[in-house]
Design a protein around this ligand. Structure first.
Ligand code: SAM
Length: 193
């Protein structure tokens, strides 16, 4: 739930728009630079909670990528200390996690794991995923890149965003507004119009 305002915007503004408008019933979300998996699992939970009993009618798989094999192994395990779930409603913890016996750790349920596809991917490489995305989360990753690299990456994100779709970056990051076709919506949130 780090940078919670983004998740609120996702649940309160983006999902209502997508669910109303996506006739194909596919919600394509990419967590780029997903680290140990908290972000993509949270996005998957938010989609399931938003869709409620209609969740089974939708394809809500989240693509989660990172350059580091090490973090991806941990992400796939989906085991987190109790402390890191403290900001999550307790009913979600019961629904989407199982306590690891004799520990203070919780493991993501197999059903939720099945909803997140983890893949190694270097954001410097050409983006060749099969379908474009409704929402790309790339938070606190571009801080490592120089301006030219950032501008190029944001342009490649734009090309793989569906019309009406969003790019969400970290709150301490900025997109060079003069060098992108994304429309600025609010701090850290951009949209393809
Ligand atoms: C600070 S973490 C951000 C995690 C998550 N997005 C968040 O905001 O909580 C940055 C992640 O970006 C990944 N990363 C750095 N350079 C990358 C690159 N060129 N391609 C893909 N991932 C990269 C790192 O391995 C790390 O897991």
């Amino acid at each position: 739930m780090r940078e919670k305002a983004h998740f609120d915007y996702f649940s309160n503004t983006i999902l209502p728009f997508l669910v109303k408008n996506k006739k194909d019933k596919v919600l394509s979300v990419w967590s780029a630079g997903c680290s140990t998996g908290q972000e993509p699992y949270t996005l998957s939970i938010l989609m399931k909670e938003f869709l409620g009993k209609d969740a089974s009618l939708w394809d809500t798989r989240v693509l989660a990528t990172d350059i580091s094999q090490k973090v991806l192994v941990q992400a796939q395990k989906g085991v987190y200390p109790k402390e890191s779930l403290k900001d999550m409603p307790s009913e979600w913890v019961h629904k989407y996690f199982n306590r690891v016996a004799n520990t203070d750790e919780y493991e993501v349920t197999p059903q939720l794991k099945a909803n997140v596809i983890f893949k190694p991917f270097n954001l410097m490489d050409p983006i060749k995923f099969k379908i474009p995305f409704d929402v790309i989360f790339c938070r606190n990753v571009m801080i490592y890149f120089n301006q030219q690299t950032k501008d190029d990456l944001v342009n490649r994100f734009y090309d793989t965003t569906n019309h009406g779709g969003y790019l969400i970056i970290g709150l301490s990051e900025t997109v060079n507004k003069s060098n992108t076709k994304y429309k600025y919506i609010m701090p850290a949130i951009y949209r393809k119009m």
